[in-house]
Design a protein around this ligand. Structure first.
Ligand SMILES: Cc1cc2nc3c(=O)[nH]c(=O)nc-3n(C[C@H](O)[C@H](O)[C@H](O)COP(=O)(O)OP(=O)(O)OC[C@H]3O[C@@H](n4cnc5c(N)ncnc54)[C@H](O)[C@@H]3O)c2cc1C
Ligand SMILES: NC(=O)c1ccc[n+]([C@@H]2O[C@H](COP(=O)([O-])OP(=O)(O)OC[C@H]3O[C@@H](n4cnc5c(N)ncnc54)[C@H](O)[C@@H]3O)[C@@H](O)[C@H]2O)c1
Length: 454
């Protein structure tokens, strides 16, 4: 039995950062992680970092061209490179925490006995930890739809297992056209696979600005990605060297063959087995840990961070959740989910798509009198230098105040540009400031001179 000031379940972004902060404040901390392969969490092991390493390698491979065998060889090298990177980061993350004298890492599955007792279980041993404060940072796991034959298929993968597939699939089918589906479609198309995306709804990227979603869809189709909308997979059958998917797409029956199937139909909070009810921690209707604006759960000494709270699933949100929780337990509680500012995001396509704030429709529905500003990517000199003229930029402006309500950038390097707009929105700087600023040249950011000319 151990006594701690704080116990953190899950070695994710929020958890590991909070462990360091609490340790620096003199607290005795236990950090529990169920798998030695997950020190540092989803992002560095099976999420953002490995997928972006492969996105980068795929773009290089596409530029080199060649036969499918040559592409396969480059793919194998890319997987090996990615494995090297994740192993390095995992070890670094472990060491950083393990070197702290008042942090103890437990490898095992954590659960609650009551609001002040955490159990850690692993083969044959059980530890019981007594503590004042508990932090839940257990992340999320893929949801697998109940499609006959899918779970049993040896050709079916989740994002984390596909990232380890060493042989480039000639044909890849992706079930789900969300963030993971789009990024993997773009990446595997660049590596040289023939990619088909099966999306259940009639609208492609329904949460995105209509005009931008149409431009992204067109670009993927121009690159050879087959995207089926209003499509339902009814059965998966394994053959000797491939799977056959029966799909109903807009009332037509089609069969699709694939060497690999990626299931990318959303990720659900990891709450199973935590025994939360024993401590009075309630769930939302959607099965996430219920929290208030300080990320406190319904148990007064228990807090939650990251994907398990059912919020936006991004690494930097888990990191910001750590700031909010730190503010609550070590500070004055002034940082909350309500004042964290605008939340940007990027989908790493080719070119990438990035967004912050409201779409044109959302701004209209909220009653704003709006002005729309647009710029085709081909008008940006740097896009021409990079030979990446595809895409468009769109901004939604509050006509009355000149504030930027939203920006939607589908162009090369948009993942860097969007952070500047987020800053302008948080600082309540009118669009004209970005429109009249001096930028270095030739850069993608200087496009703001034209986008926001007004
Ligand atoms: C393929 C992919 C690509 C992504 N790309 C991006 C991206 O480009 N940018 C971005 O911002 N986000 C991206 N995300 C999302 C991002 O990875 C997650 O939002 C983020 O990692 C969540 O962090 P977290 O702190 O909530 O938990 P996690 O990092 O998921 O950590 C939770 C940890 O808890 C452990 N755990 C769970 N239950 C228990 C238990 N009972 N006991 C002990 N340990 C337990 C898990 O093993 C895990 O290590 C991507 C996700 C995926 C899958
Ligand atoms: N660049 C990034 O920041 C990045 C990259 C990848 C993932 N992520 C995070 O990971 C999370 C999970 O990604 P995801 O793509 O799994 O989820 P998602 O919620 O983004 O998309 C899931 C998609 O699958 C579709 N779908 C569900 N069931 C289906 C079915 N039976 N047949 C066909 N389509 C079906 C849904 O309509 C939806 O479009 C995202 O919410 C995101 O926050 C972020």
């Amino acid at each position: 039995m151990g006594n701690y000031d704080a116990v953190i379940i899950g070695f994710g972004k929020g958890g590991k950062t909070l462990a360091q902060e609490l340790a620096a404040a003199g607290k005795r901390v236990a950090l529990i992680e169920r798998s030695e392969k997950m020190f540092g969490g989803t992002c560095i092991n099976v999420g953002c970092i490995p997928s972006k390493s492969l996105v980068h390698s795929a773009a290089l491979s596409r530029d080199m061209g060649g036969s499918f065998e040559e592409k396969t060889h480059r793919y194998e090298l890319a997987i090996a490179e990615k494995n090297k990177l994740t192993a390095k980061l995992r070890q670094k993350n472990y060491k950083k925490l393990n070197d702290l004298p008042n942090v103890e890492i437990y490898v095992g599955v954590g659960s609650l006995r009551d609001a002040h007792t955490v159990i850690v279980e692993r083969a044959g041993t059980t530890d019981e930890l007594k503590t004042d404060l508990i932090f839940l940072n257990t992340g999320a796991s893929p949801f697998i739809p109940p499609i006959p034959g899918l779970k049993e298929s040896k050709y079916a993968y989740l994002s984390e297992t596909l990232l380890d597939l060493e042989r480039l699939p000639k044909r890849l089918v992706i079930i789900g056209g969300g963030y993971i589906g789009m990024e993997f479609a773009s990446m595997y198309q660049n590596f040289g696979s023939q990619v088909t995306v099966i999306q259940d709804g009639p609208v492609f990227l329904p949460r995105e600005d209509e005009e931008i979603a149409a431009a992204v869809l067109q670009s993927l189709r121009d690159r050879g990605v087959r995207v089926l909308l209003s499509a339902k997979t009814t059965k998966v059958t394994d053959m000797d060297n491939h799977a056959v998917l029966n799909v109903t797409a807009q009332d037509e029956e089609v069969t699709i063959q694939a060497e690999a199937i990626l299931v990318a139909t959303g990720r659900r909070p990891n709450v199973a087995g935590l025994n939360l009810e024993a401590a009075g921690v309630e769930l939302t209707e959607r099965g996430a840990v219920k929290t208030d604006i300080h990320l406190r759960t319904t148990a007064p000494n228990i807090w939650a961070m990251g994907d398990v709270t059912g919020g936006l699933q991004f690494t930097y949100i888990s990191l910001d959740d750590y700031r909010i929780v730190t503010s609550a337990v070590l500070g004055d509680g002034s940082r909350t989910t309500k004042n964290r500012g605008a939340v940007p995001y990027s989908v790493f396509l080719d070119p990438p798509f990035s967004r912050v704030g409201l779409s044109e429709k959302e701004a209209g529905d909220k009653g704003y009198e709006i002005k729309i500003m647009r710029l085709p990517a081909m008008a940006i000199p740097k896009a021409q230098v990079l030979q990446k003229p595809t895409g468009m930029l769109k901004a939604v402006i509050d006509q009355r105040t000149g504030q930027i309500l939203g920006a939607h950038l589908f162009c090369e390097e948009s993942y860097e540009m969007i952070n500047l707009i987020k800053l302008a929105m948080d600082a309540e700087v009118p669009y004209t400031v970005l429109g009249n600023a001096i930028y270095t040249h030739p850069t993608m950011s200087e496009a703001f001179n034209d986008l926001f000319r007004g």
